[in-house]
Design a protein around this ligand. Structure first.
Ligand code: NAD
Length: 315
């Protein structure tokens, strides 16, 4: 059994992860926290507390109150937003992470936080990007993610905190909208396809990035936190990806179900530059070997499910 505190629990990942963890470990054993409460299922279906991750005292007090044995740290400023507010991003992403790691150390708790393909940079090998390779990102978000991976490894080596992480690609879901990342186009395109039959992409054709459907991302989190720690050679963080496509390929996949779908381009230089600094496709073999990472959804299977679910949502 686990008793889990989640930060940033009402965001794109947290609003689904909270429900999945409550299904597995029991509603009372999953404490959702975020900057403020809303009327989402994640906020209402079990314990919820207001925790600003830059306030370490409140985070530790909340962890003590519920006697948690696992900390899942999701609160962060994502890549595109972080580029607009770099100093704020550093303080939130690094300060929040340090407080969450300290909370885990204090509670003797297991710790999970997502890293990102944004931790790679222009000098990283672009195709089949290895688990262990050059990581010199050129975005504030990427700098935060690399520093965060190192800090989480440091807490494992120095304080024996059981830290684990995943380098997520762009995550696609129909439940909550993404919060200002570079891969958000791959979510917006499905919403616009269902609502208007057309989409104007801010990412240019020919720009490949890794992606994963949310159900596979949630399974990966659970599989990693449940994995036998003695088998892990890596900890922070594992490459995981299910597919890699460019805007033309996702549009072609949508046309299999909505034949008249139209795609235009109005490239946003900031997000395009970030996308070009990231890998085309990463190699997830270390995750497969060390804890059995697997995924169910390829591009077409995901497209069908996204379009089905969104059509019902907007009926
Ligand atoms: P999101 O932007 O959708 O949600 C972040 C949540 O954090 C929001 O609910 C927000 O209210 C909360 N938050 C912001 N500032 C806070 C603060 N000071 N204190 C407490 N809560 C605060 O993000 P997400 O997509 O759910 O991402 C979660 C994690 O996964 C992040 O670390 C992100 O870098 C990582 N990640 C996400 C993706 C993706 O595609 N969604 C890909 C790779 C990595």
């Amino acid at each position: 059994m686990k008793r889990i505190l989640i930060t940033g629990a009402l965001g794109q990942i947290g609003s689904e992860l909270t429900l999945k963890l409550r299904d597995i470990y029991g509603a009372d054993n999953v404490i959702a926290t975020d900057l403020k409460k809303n009327d989402s299922e994640a906020a209402l279906s079990g314990p919820f507390e207001v925790v600003d991750v830059t306030d370490g005292k409140t985070m530790v007090e909340t962890a003590r109150k519920y006697k948690v044995d696992t900390v899942m740290h999701l609160a962060a400023l994502l890549s595109a937003t972080a580029e607009a507010k770099p100093v704020f991003a550093w303080n939130l992403n690094m300060g929040g992470l340090l407080n969450a790691l300290e909370t885990a150390r204090e509670m003797n708790a297991q710790f999970f936080t997502p890293s990102s393909i944004g931790a790679f940079g222009p000098s990283t090998p672009k195709d089949n990007t290895p688990q262990d390779t050059i990581m010199r990102p050129t975005t504030m978000y990427g700098v935060n993610k690399v520093a965060g991976e190192l800090l989480a490894d440091y807490y494992f080596e120095k304080f024996a905190v059981d830290t684990r992480g995943l380098r997520f690609p762009g995550l696609i879901s129909y439940v909550a909208l993404p919060g200002g990342g570079t891969t958000d186009y791959a979510v917006e395109i499905y919403y616009e396809a269902v609502k208007n039959g057309r989409y104007t992409s801010y990412i240019d054709k020919g720009t490949y990035m890794d992606m994963m459907y949310m159900p596979d991302a949630l399974n990966a989190i659970v599989d990693l936190i449940e994995a036998d720690g003695s088998k892990l050679k890596h900890r922070n963080s594992f490459n995981v990806s299910a597919m890699s496509f460019d805007p033309e390929e996702i549009a072609a996949s949508i046309r299999k179900y909505i034949p008249g779908f139209k795609m235009n381009y109005n490239v946003d230089p900031t997000r395009q530059k970030i996308a070009e600094s990231w890998p085309n496709s990463i190699d997830s073999s270390a995750a497969k070997e060390e804890w059995g990472f697997k995924f169910d959804y390829d591009l077409d299977k995901m497209t069908k499910d996204m379009l089905d679910k969104l059509s019902k949502k907007f009926q």
